[in-house]
Design a protein around this ligand. Sequence first.
Ligand code: ZN
Length: 325
Amino acid sequence: MKQITQGNQVFKLEIPTPFPVGDVNVYVIKGDCLTLVDAGPKTEEAWLAFQHQLKEIGYTPQDIEQIVVTHHHPDHVGMLDYFSDEVPVIGHFFNTPWLKKDQQFIVRHATFFEKLFIEFGVDKKFIPYINQLKNTLDFSCERDLKYFIREGEEINGLFGWRILETPGHAQSHIALYEESTGILIGGDLLLKHISPNPLLEPPMTKDVCERPRPQLQLNQSISRLLDLPISLVYAGHGENIDEVHKLIAYRLKQQSERAELVRSFLAVKPLTAFQACQTLFPTIYHKQLILTISETVGQLDYLVEMEQIIVDTSLDTHRYIANEC
Ligand SMILES: [Zn+2]
């Protein structure tokens, strides 16, 4: 337990994860009931660290009355499995297939990436990488959401906190905003030391065929924070953020510069998304393909949106071409 904010009664707990990102922050809010926001990965080490830090602030896991999840990633939800079924889990509806490990969805997810890999021109030898998802799901949970929350809603027992839907890093992503103090519990929307990945995911509703464009969503999700008076962000990883609007401006600038770099590759010759990814991440693309291709496609989506490049979709594998003007 690193920090206690009196008045808001938000307690920050730092939980170890087996992932390169390092520790994940979870938050305990003492409102009308005791709410936990996010739950750490499903490891013995995480659970011990959680119990230890919870004890320091005078609680046990049995005292937690409800759990809100900011998004479905295993480092934020795995530990849900260690809580009694009676503790309601609350989050965006899009968490559902991930949290339940819905087999149909997992197959749909794999099929989606197989098609996408063809579209992006990814070398066939990388197809097995799609199954890496299953390894990270070992640290996730098998749990149902009890209540779904949407934009603008409040949660029972958490008076004064409003939900903001903030997709981009994950389609299920939400943040909690306390209007009276300007405090935001932001999940992985905004991190101080790194820019969150805009991760590719299949469309979450069956009648939609087009994939989400996570970088554009992420830009929109952080830009909307510029309209809110935010005093502090409690982030999902790393330090709290106080100069919030300044960091948002920096992240947006950093992203447009990265996009400009990708555009400069395309100005030399048209490329597939995979070729652009290899050029942008020459040493790590093969080790972290899903992350690096998501990041690259994020920049390509942005450049298309800004009308700086066009996509040739006449063949199964698409090619990105810089605009003349
Ligand atoms: Zn995440």
